[in-house]
Design a protein around this ligand. Sequence first.
Ligand code: GRG
Length: 288
Amino acid sequence: MAATQARVEAALARQLPAADSIPARLNDAMRYAALGGGKRVRPLLAFAAGELSGAPAAHLEVVASAVELIHAYSLVHDDLPCMDDDVLRRGRPTCHVEFDEPTALLVGDSLQTLAFELLASQPLGDPARQLEMLALLAHASGSRGMAGGQAIDLAAVGKPLTQPELELMHALKTGALIRAAVLLGALAGSPLSADERNNLDRFAKRAGLLFQVVDDILDCTASTATLGKTAGKDEAAAKPTYVSLLGLDAARAYADELRADALAALAIFGDRAARLTQLADFICHRQF
Ligand code: GRG
């Protein structure tokens, strides 16, 4: 994991505009938001999924960086006063606190477009498959994916949601990009069979939901210092979560169930899925 994280960090550092190039404040803020922090779960998933299809590491580096840039953009915008209004991210002041709101808005815009520039501008094997990858990442990021989930989240504050409604919100807000990371990693190599692809998709959806259930548990059980972001925000904002819906013990049991289902979907891949299995365990048992 450390080697992959370092590789992605170096790739992002190369692809982001130099901090002293014009416009220096925006470029500095882009680097602040994207470098030097985060678990890099999505890049790790992309690299692990690439092992299923024999994807070249150079292709995976591009795919993983593109997904992480979208993720970094979403965190910058999510922290803005008009959204979640937070001051702490990855143990540091949020982007709009360290810089200013207009800069943070432009940082999000620029990280998002850089992701697509990166994914479109380097040959990644079969051009038709590369187009499929671009469409997949765009779909996962937009109103039918992450941004749509964020809209449902903003509208849901203070309202009780049923479990299927909560599931849809998270499948879009958090799950869509995690699913994209897994599928893009696999797409960067040789084609999978239809059966393999369906099982990988099932793994990706279960892993995305698992990530969110654990996030909800950590929000009410871990400290701000451990998380590097403000803990207890969901309850304070009266946000519906798996813990508020099911209770802590049932939320933990649900996380175990999702992990087991995710791992069952990997059976078809045998030893090639060793790293994805480790990552599902990491997502389930993480402490931050
Ligand atoms: C602004 C369009 C738009 C979308 C924002 C992803 C998101 C949608 C908001 C983030 C809010 C949040 C805390 C969601 C819970 C799950 C999540 C994405 C947590 C943060 O991801 P990690 O834990 O972060 O992978 P690091 O810092 O490790 O990269």
